[in-house]
Design a protein around this ligand. Structure first.
Ligand code: ASP
Length: 439
């Protein structure tokens, strides 16, 4: 077996956490390549090193003296080094960094140092080779990640290497200028490394025992999901569920490599397997529930709309011209409904409404604000009778009015719209009917 292991910020926030990580890696010789995040929060209210770096860079930009802020960041690493009794120093690295910041290195360079420095310490602690991601992860001139070139460069580098630490979150342009992924991007690096080394498994170590059926801030102690497909995860992440960076799925998906979400603080827990496809039934009829607040539904009615060629296109162009992305579009015979983010929409509301009026001359247009969307996702839904019925009876029993329904043709999910104020209550009701009654 060949495994890539990625550790999140909280797994590497202190010397104590580093020791747990060291034990996990040494417990399995297949764990050959390690992708670290920057040190995260050690306790509630603590600050992540990445946030400290952005703050430090803000001072650089203002022309202020940033030495104190940088010294505080260095202290986070020194504390780890001391706690591990390591004979290692980052003094020189921090001098180089201060110099580069003075010379005008950009914000991405500053942010990337969190992972870079942590990778250095981890490599020294494990006795592994350190590979600077700037040399193997490439972005093109438009700032897009260059998946194929990276895959070739990285695969070649890893071929000659038994064990290595490859810091997460950043890469570089062809001229060596550092560029980062979006926040949480170390998950993407882990996935890229897994693809390049043709790993059998990508282990993503974090501080929860897997992907939870729903948001623990809404339902107390929700069950963990044992297995989920990439597609189900994509649906749920899109609707706000967070365990992995959304884009982390793509590289491993291409190579058919499963991801195992594991808990650094409870390595014995099986965690969640994220797979391409499975014949295994999910434990419950549904796999997960996620949702977001703050949508507007724009409903357009016009008699004989269906026979008017180009009607939808004309309406959609109005949204496109105003750079508004459309989230969902349930429609009926003479009616079309478009769901968009409220904050984006309200900025251009009147321009869009008059644009639609001009484009298709509808009988009526109505807007319905403060909607929340909830996605109920499950690969087994297709074969199970009554899933929708159970959702709606749960909502009715909780006295929640369902304002919109949209079932994707894949039958992988059912999206429902409720008032923002009913959001939490609706999620609890759906959780209860599917999970609690099935336990
Ligand atoms: N350190 C970066 C962040 O806080 C990237 C990561 O941890 O994945 O967003």
């Amino acid at each position: 077996m060949r495994k890539v292991v990625k550790f999140g910020g909280s797994s590497l926030a202190s010397a104590e956490q580093f020791r747990k990580v060291g034990d996990i890696i040494r417990a399995d010789k297949d764990r050959r390549f390690v992708v670290p995040s920057a040190p995260g929060k050690r306790f509630d209210g603590d600050t992540k090193v990445t946030d400290m770096l952005y703050d430090c860079y803000a001072s650089v930009e203002l022309g202020e003296d940033f030495s104190e802020k940088l010294a505080k960041i260095k202290e986070r690493y020194d504390e780890i080094i001391r706690g591990l009794d390591l004979d290692y120093s980052l003094d020189e690295e921090f001098e180089i960094m201060a110099q580069k910041l003075k010379e005008g290195a950009g914000v991405d360079y500053a942010a990337s140092r969190g992972e870079y420095m942590n990778g250095k310490v981890l490599a020294a602690y494990l006795g592994y080779e350190f590979i600077d991601s700037a040399t193997v992860i490439r972005f093109d001139e438009d700032g897009q990640f260059d998946a194929e070139l990276t895959n070739r460069m990285l695969a070649k580098k890893l071929e000659s290497c038994e064990n290595a630490v490859i810091p997460g979150f950043y890469g570089a342009f062809a001229d060596g200028t550092i560029n980062t992924f979006s926040r949480g991007g170390s998950d993407i690096t882990g996935s890229i490394v897994a693809r390049a080394m043709k790993a059998d498994l990508y282990e993503n170590w974090t501080d929860v025992s897997g992907f939870l059926v729903t948001d623990p801030r809404i339902v107390e102690n929700p069950e963990a999901v044992d297995m989920i497909t990439y597609r189900e995860l994509r649906e749920l992440s899109y609707m706000g569920a967070s365990v992995l960076h959304e884009e982390a799925i793509f590289p491993v998906r291409k190579a058919g490599i499963p991801i195992n979400i594991k808990n650094t603080n409870h390595p014995e827990d099986p965690g969640t397997m994220i797979v391409a496809t499975t014949s295994r039934k999910s434990r419950f009829t549904i796999t997960g529930i996620a949702g977001k607040k703050g949508f507007v539904a724009v409903t357009i009615d016009k008699d004989l709309m269906n026979s008017e060629i180009g009607f939808c296109r004309k309406v959609l162009s109005v949204f496109e011209e105003n750079h508004i992305s459309i989230e969902h579009m349930p429609s009926g015979i003479d009616t079309m409904c478009i769901l968009v983010h409220q904050d984006e929409f309200q900025e251009h509301e009147q321009v869009i409404l008059s644009g639609i009026q001009r484009a298709v001359e509808p009988d009526t247009i109505s807007v319905d604000a403060d909607l929340a969307l909830i996605a109920v996702v499950g690969r087994d839904m297709r074969q199970t009778r009554g899933t929708a019925g159970r959702i709606f009876s749960a909502l009715a029993h909780s006295k929640i009015n369902c304002r919109m329904i949209d079932q994707g043709s894949s039958e992988l999910n059912i999206i429902i719209g409720v008032a923002n104020d009913d959001f939490e209550k609706a999620i609890k009701a759906i959780y209860d009917i599917f999970i609690l009654t099935q336990l």
